[in-house]
Design a protein around this ligand. Sequence first.
Ligand SMILES: NC(=O)c1ccc[n+]([C@@H]2O[C@H](COP(=O)([O-])OP(=O)(O)OC[C@H]3O[C@@H](n4cnc5c(N)ncnc54)[C@H](O)[C@@H]3O)[C@@H](O)[C@H]2O)c1
Length: 347
Amino acid sequence: MYRVGVIGLGSIAAMYANPQAPFPYCHVGGIRYSDQVELVAVADLSEQARERFRQTWGSAFPDSLKYYDSDQAMLAAEQLDIVAVCVRGPYHFPVTMNVIAAAGQAGGPRAIFLEKPATCSLQEMDTILAAAQAVGVPITVSYSRHWAPHVLRLQELVAEGLVGEVRQVVGYCGHAFLSFASHTTDLICQFAGYDPVAVYARGRVPEQAVPDGYEPEPALDSMIIEFPNGVIGTQIGADASFGGFYAEVLGTEGGARAGIYIPPAVWDKKGNPIDLEKLNIPENASVFKVAYDQIAQYLDGGPLPHCTNAQFAAVHEVGFAGIESVLTGQRITLPNQNRTRKIYANG
Ligand SMILES: NC(=O)c1ccc[n+]([C@@H]2O[C@H](COP(=O)([O-])OP(=O)(O)OC[C@H]3O[C@@H](n4cnc5c(N)ncnc54)[C@H](O)[C@@H]3O)[C@@H](O)[C@H]2O)c1
């Protein structure tokens, strides 16, 4: 069992579900259902947050679970295999750098699971990626809806040619480019590829006071993502007929609809539905259980988990290029030239 420590005990770490949830949408719930990882330590600056966690989740974990009042205290005291960074966006950079520093020590963490949005600037992203690479630790970013079992299965089937050659991927979900819409940007890349080359976007800049050195985070109205094989990704900044957080994959032989909150659908060239019985669609599971299992399998010697290193970097590049495009009115080729723009991505 790989030892996990979680930093930040707010909504996504622990509060979006409770121990009764069958498919908990939170880190500790997914860790609890995995038989490959175990939660050994948690850290939060807030006494109130630690107490709330103890009340909700304390009895669901062994009494040996350790509580710390900061990330640094936990990292100094514990030998951890995986560290989850679940603090707000502007704190991702300093906290992740602390985890990487610990990873450079003997017995330090060997994998980092970082909540989206990865960082507030591309310069920060470049810095954490280089520092993590120097100590041989991968960073997986939690575009959590990616790991819905039926979405992963459709990804596999589409890669095997289920809809023929993919031509377009249309994703639905707007709001803030990095903090929210990035889930659907990832979903588009999940089906189109993690090698985007250019972005054109429209959006709105909120009237919002932000701390010194930051710019407000624009919201996405519409974004076109170009891929080198000619595939076009279109992200529509609104929910559609089936809600948000899903994508339609349109190919030469048919199409597919995939998203965490909707059942999968596949159709042939003429639009006739394809029987899902034949496609071995798996049972549902907590997306966090699936993600932690992938990280554990990597530590066992397996492949990199999804949404790791170059993959999350590609999604983050698209998000920043979308913002750059909104602010300049230009089509932005990747990688972004402007790497210092600092966005208050507080999701
Ligand atoms: N994957 C998803 O679907 C999803 C959903 C919601 C939030 N998120 C992301 O999760 C992250 C956290 O969001 P949230 O809504 O859970 O935040 P939150 O405000 O509910 O919780 C954050 C917690 O981190 C603690 N904290 C801050 N700095 C710390 C430090 N140095 N050491 C220890 N604890 C520290 C705070 O006290 C707070 O309790 C954000 O990046 C957000 O975008 C992801």
